[in-house]
Design a protein around this ligand. Structure first.
Ligand code: HEC
Length: 140
């Protein structure tokens, strides 16, 4: 009788431990899987035409995008940062044609789709900003 009680008690204890540890472990595993999905390339950029980044840089200047967004598309007083991680390709193609804020519209007559694609390649190809602790001037 006493032995059976002990066995039941041991079983309950083991179940409690498994539940207490199993749930957080399962949650953490799920979060890690979700994180990996987020780190993968955004799906809407999967079919972006390659474009010519060097030509895109020239067009970014000749169409005057730089006046508001900066020569490196780093952002300026009149326009936000666009690079190195621009909005999705389809979104950019639409926005430049029909901006909803301060930005003037650029129609297909002024900037061809292929030219915008080159500009997109330029924006995507811009290097990421260096880590603050890798900038010698900021080290003392
Ligand atoms: C007169 C200033 C000006 C010029 C020139 C300009 N932009 Fe903009 N742009 C803006 C501003 C301001 C915004 C912020 C949203 C708004 O007010 O429309 C913006 C927003 C954008 C966005 C959306 C960014 C986001 O994160 O949603 C894109 C893309 C963009 N500009 C691309 C371009 C391209 C490409 C050109 C050149 C063909 C250009 N812009 C020329 C001022 C400008």
């Amino acid at each position: 009788m006493k032995r059976q009680f002990l066995l039941t008690f041991a079983f309950a204890w083991v179940s409690a431990v498994v539940c207490a540890w199993g749930v957080p472990i399962a949650v953490a595993a799920q979060q890690a899987a979700g994180q990996q999905q987020q780190n993968a390339a955004p799906p809407q950029n999967a079919n972006v035409p390659p474009g010519n980044a060097a030509n895109g840089r020239k067009l970014f200047v000749s169409f005057g995008c730089y006046q508001c967004h900066g020569y490196e598309a780093q952002g300026g007083s009149a326009g936000p940062r666009l690079a190195p991680r621009p909005i999705a390709y389809a979104q950019l193609m639409k926005y430049v044609r029909h901006p909803t804020g301060e930005m003037p519209p650029f129609t297909e007559k002024t900037v061809k789709d292929a030219e915008l694609t080159d500009i997109y390649a330029f924006l995507r190809g811009q290097p990421a900003a260096p880590d603050v602790d890798k900038i010698p001037l900021l080290k003392q």
